[in-house]
Write a protein that binds this ligand. Structure first.
Ligand code: HEM
Length: 539
């Protein structure tokens, strides 16, 4: 009887596998006649090609060959669609966004590495959370916050100078792994703006929060993410991994061979949560002792949320977020805002290192604002240009927009159809997965012309006729799920670049150097971006 049962289960599983991987995509899928690349490997589909190439590049080649609607098959016969038209983007991301949520595997994986906040909720729950979070990202608040960036920026400039001084020939500059330095600076900045907490990881690599984050981000490689996705796809497992029980017994995952990294993931998350819990407790005490509408009250995101919850400030509605939910929000900001901004900055330096004319033009623009006015007899603090001053620098804006267009830190995201509907005249069944092909759309020749894949900041001074402000670049996507930190990230990037380009010249580290973007959630440089950095000579 047991043998009969085992054989029946095995037969069922084999026929199901054969149906989903071989028969369904070839003969039964309603999407089978859409244009796209051949089905590929019977088990992995086009997955190997995607992992082999730079993020977004395989998809870009398919669009070039097959046009603006593409169907491709991934692992286990699961189909994914690409729609390039602004009308389709408008429907999926904006007008019908509730019907096209992030897929569950993605929300669960993001929850595991970045907290269960805005990135993991959908529909009404998302609307309420977003409403509660928006005030922390208002222009008034961003204007008050921009000063918080400069402690880290000034440390970065000082430390790069020290590295150059330590070389046998300082005139020749130093070869530095710029991504590593930028990741420390952006971690320090996001900890200050999100928590009001000083990590100073630039000087102190052993800061508890900085160490836990470094470990957490080092785990986010393509193969690890594939494993985490496999684990959270087991029903109930994502919730289990988030439980106190799993955190307390995390060392047992260490015995699970390829899944042993879960132990490290949970250890890092536990350490990050412990630090944030103590920060939250001290902010709650501060809010209780604080006066209404105190002009000197702290402007970091957690302080604002705590004051709003406690109803401290007149005219500002209180809202009810538990301690746990509030911590998850702030952890989401740290997770979503640290590596992305560091990658954006590293790619911008790479592009400028390879375009000396744009780099010098930028230096001419930013130096009057960022150069210190110290003389041999007086020492002035370095200038700290604020939100408005940074916004008015036209060439800096062109450089940042163009860098985020050609090398977007988040090159791709996903959506899934929650109901059957037509998109661009194609009947899309419920459950279908979509690529939101950020990098492909950003460099689409149809809109940006034949040089679409090249870095040319001047194109932002004369935009092409087919440019659509909402859907021709999707680096922060669009609609209700668009990046809440977009303006903060752009201002932060401008402040860091302004200071670096004023003080240093960047060039490739060696002849023939090629960029090496990873294929993980954030497209960071695999080699940590070595660049030759020389001090700017001034008369
Ligand atoms: C250059 C830097 C950044 C880039 C390129 C970027 C890009 C993105 C993208 C593409 C999304 C949409 C993901 C999806 O829907 O699947 C997103 C969402 C999000 N980002 Fe950013 N981001 C950056 C910086 C930041 C910063 C600094 C913060 C916070 C301080 C932040 C917080 C968030 C949050 C909370 C979401 C989820 C929004 C929602 O669903 O309502 N990001 N970001």
């Amino acid at each position: 009887m047991a043998l009969y049962l085992t054989l029946s289960i095995a037969l069922y599983l084999i026929s199901r596998l054969l149906y989903t991987t071989l028969l369904y995509p070839r003969f039964f899928s309603p999407l089978r006649n859409l244009p796209g690349p051949p089905l590929g490997d019977p088990i992995y589909g086009r997955f190997a090609e995607i992992m082999r190439t730079e993020a977004g590049v395989a998809q870009r080649e398919w669009v070039k060959e097959h046009g603006p609607v593409v169907r491709a098959v991934g692992p286990l016969g699961i189909e994914r669609l690409i729609f390039m038209s602004p009308e389709a983007c408008q429907k999926i991301l904006v007008s019908d966004w509730v019907d096209y949520p992030r897929p569950k595997f993605m929300r669960d994986t993001l929850g595991l590495v970045a907290g269960y906040g805005l990135l993991t909720v959908t529909g009404n729950e998302h609307k309420q959370m977003r409403k509660a979070m928006n005030p922390a990202f208002s222009i008034n608040n961003l204007m008050a916050q921009s000063d918080m960036y400069y402690d880290a920026i000034e440390s970065l400039v000082e430390l790069i100078n020290a590295q150059i001084d330590a070389q046998p020939d300082p005139h020749n500059g130093a070869e530095l792994l710029m991504y590593e330095w930028l990741a420390k600076a952006t971690l320090d900045i996001i900890c200050a703006t999100a928590f009001g907490y000083t990590t100073d990881s630039l000087h102190n690599p052993h800061n508890e929060l900085a160490e836990a984050y470094e470990k957490l981000t080092s785990l986010q490689t393509g193969p690890n993410l594939a494993r985490f996705i496999a684990v959270v796809s087991i029903p109930g497992f994502a919730r289990f991994l988030n439980s106190d029980f799993a955190h307390r017994h995390r060392k047992w995952f260490g015995y699970l061979g390829p899944f042993a990294q879960i132990t490290h993931l949970l250890t890092s998350m536990s350490r990050i949560r412990a630090v944030s819990a103590s920060i939250l407790a001290s902010k709650t005490r501060e809010a209780a002792a604080s006066l209404p509408n105190d002009a000197d009250a702290k402007r970091d995101i957690m302080s604002l949320l705590v004051r709003a919850r406690a109803g401290v400030d007149e005219g500002k509605e209180g809202f009810t977020l538990s301690d746990g939910a509030m911590m998850d929000q702030v952890l989401t900001f740290l997770g979503a805002g640290h590596e992305t901004t560091a990658s954006g900055l590293a790619w911008t330096l790479w592009l400028l290192a390879n375009d000396p004319i744009s780099q010098s033009k930028l230096r001419e623009e930013v130096t009057p604002l960022f150069a210190s006015t110290s003389t041999s007899t007086s020492t002035e603090a370095p200038p700290r240009p604020g939100y408005r001053a940074l916004k008015d620098l036209a060439w800096l804006d062109c450089v940042v927009q163009e860098s985020l267009r050609v090398l977007p830190p988040v090159p791709m995201t996903f959506r899934q159809a929650a109901k059957t509907d037509y998109i661009d005249g194609v009947l899309v069944p419920e459950g279908t997965l979509f690529y939101v092909p950020i990098r492909v759309i950003n460099t689409w020749k149809e809109v940006w012309g034949p040089d679409a894949e090249e870095f040319k900041p001047s194109r932002w001074l004369n935009l092409p006729p087919k440019y659509n402000p909402a859907f021709s670049t999707l680096s922060f996507i669009a609609g209700p799920h668009a990046c809440i930190g977009k303006t903060m990230a752009i201002i932060e990037m401008k402040a860091v670049l302004g200071a670096l380009i004023t003080h240093f010249e960047f060039s490739p580290a060696y002849e023939g150097q090629v960029p090496q973007p990873t294929a993980a959630v954030t497209m960071k440089p695999k080699d940590n971006m070595p660049l030759r950095v020389k001090r700017v000579k001034r008369d």
